[in-house]
Design a protein around this ligand. Structure first.
Ligand SMILES: [Zn+2]
Length: 342
C-alpha cells in the first residue's frame, strides 16, 4: 500500500486505521468465491459465466435469463478455471465473507443444486446467506454452526445435481447466490400451504430464500470502494409493485428493520400494516408503516400499484398479472406475501 500524498497531515490515529492488518473491509463485504476473477476484466464475461447448453454466457447470470426470459436463475454460474488430468473441475470454493455454516446438503440426489453449502453472514446488520452449489466435495469436518473466514476454502467445485442429466465437464461451474431469508416458520407454513409436497431442506428450502444479484453487488463494491453499502444497494432496487399488508410484527420487520422507512404519521397511532415495495424477484426492499386510518380496504393483502416497464423487463417471477386493464397478484405473488407475513 502506498502512502497517500498528504499522509503526513493525517492524524496518527487515522494512519493506524489504514495500516492495521486484518481490519474488516466493511465497505466491500463480499469476495468472489473462486479464482475466476474475469468478472472484473473488460470483456471477461464469457470466461466468467457458464451459459446453459447452447446458450450465451448471459444465461449464467442472475435474473430472467432462461427460457426466453420466463425462467429465473437466482445466482451466478461461475466457470471452472482449474482441472485435473481427466478434465474434472478442481477449483477450491471459498467463503465470500466471514460467516457461519447454516446448512450443508451432502446428498446430491435431494437437490438440483447437488452438494451445496449455505453460509450466514451479518453485513451492516443485515442477515445474508451465500450459497455454493454443485460441489464435488464439502470440506471434511465442516459442520453447521462452525465459523468461517472470508476466503477460507469450504469445498471443491464439481458437477453434482439431482437432475438426470449431469452437468457436462465443459460446463463445470459453481452456482453462487446471495440471499435474504423470508421467514423462520417456513417449514410449518409450507406444510400447510403445500401438504402434498416434500420439503427435504426444512427452513433452507429455496423458496424461503430470496436472491439479490451477486454480479451487481460485486461490481458496485468494486466501483464504489469504501462508499459501498449493501443496505443502500438493497434500498435502491427497482420496484415491480407495491402491496399493502394488514399485518405487523412478522419476522422480516425485525430481521430487516433497516428497510422500514420512518413514517411519523403512522407512528403516532398504532401501526396496522405495511406498504411494501417488491422488486421483480420478490425482495421486499422497502416497508412503510401504515396506521389504522390509512388502510381503507378490509383485505389482508392488497396490490397497490405495478411498475409496468419493470414487469416488461423482468416478468419471470410471475408475481403479478394483467387481466384486461386490471393488475392483480398471481398465486405466486400471494404465496410469497403469505409466507412473508406468516
Ligand atoms: Zn446456476
Amino acid at each position: 500500500m502506498s502512502l497517500p500524498v498528504d499522509a503526513p497531515r493525517l492524524c496518527p490515529w487515522a494512519l493506524l486505521f489504514f495500516f492495521i492488518p486484518g481490519l474488516p473491509a466493511a465497505a466491500q463485504p463480499f469476495q468472489l468465491p473462486t479464482a475466476n476473477h474475469a468478472l472484473f476484466e473488460r470483456g471477461g464475461e464469457e470466461r466468467f459465466f457458464t451459459g446453459t447448453v447452447g446458450k450465451p454466457w448471459t444465461s449464467g447470470t442472475f435474473g430472467c435469463v432462461r427460457t426466453d426470459g420466463w425462467q429465473m436463475h437466482e445466482g451466478l454460474d461461475i466457470h471452472s478455471v482449474q482441472r485435473d488430468q481427466r478434465g474434472e473441475p478442481t477449483d477450491p470454493v471459498r467463503a465470500t465473507a466471514d460467516g457461519t455454516v447454516a446448512y450443508i446438503n451432502s446428498r446430491p440426489s435431494l437437490s438440483t443444486f447437488g452438494n451445496y453449502i449455505l453460509l450466514r453472514h451479518l453485513v451492516e446488520g443485515l442477515e445474508v446467506y451465500s450459497n455454493y452449489a454443485h460441489l464435488s466435495t464439502v470440506r471434511s469436518g465442516l459442520k453447521v454452526g462452525q465459523t468461517v473466514k472470508a476466503g477460507e476454502i469450504i469445498g471443491v467445485m464439481g458437477r453434482t445435481a439431482s437432475t438426470r442429466e449431469r452437468i457436462s465437464q465443459d460446463r463445470a461451474h459453481v452456482h453462487f447466490e446471495l440471499n435474504l431469508v423470508i421467514n423462520d416458520r417456513f417449514s410449518s407454513w409450507y406444510k400447510k400451504a403445500f401438504p402434498k409436497q416434500r420439503n427435504d431442506h426444512g427452513n433452507w428450502n429455496g423458496q424461503n430464500l430470496v436472491g439479490l444479484d451477486p454480479r451487481a453487488i460485486l461490481l458496485a463494491q468494486r466501483e464504489q470502494g469504501t462508499n459501498f453499502s449493501l443496505l443502500n444497494f438493497i434500498r435502491h432496487q427497482t420496484g415491480l409493485c407495491r402491496v399493502l399488508v394488514r399485518d405487523t410484527g412478522f419476522p422480516w420487520t425485525k430481521r430487516y428493520s433497516a428497510l422500514i422507512r420512518r413514517n411519523p404519521l403512522a407512528e403516532t397511532g398504532a401501526i396496522a400494516g405495511y406498504d411494501i415495495a417488491l422488486n421483480f424477484n420478490g425482495v421486499p426492499f422497502e416497508l412503510i408503516p401504515r396506521a389504522v386510518g390509512d388502510i381503507k380496504s378490509k383485505a389482508r393483502i392488497q396490490l397497490l400499484s405495478v411498475n409496468e416497464a419493470e414487469y416488461q423487463r423482468n416478468p419471470c417471477r410471475r408475481l403479478v398479472t394483467k387481466r384486461g386493464n386490471h393488475w392483480e397478484l398471481t398465486s405466486h405473488g400471494i404465496n410469497l406475501l403469505e409466507l412473508l407475513t406468516y
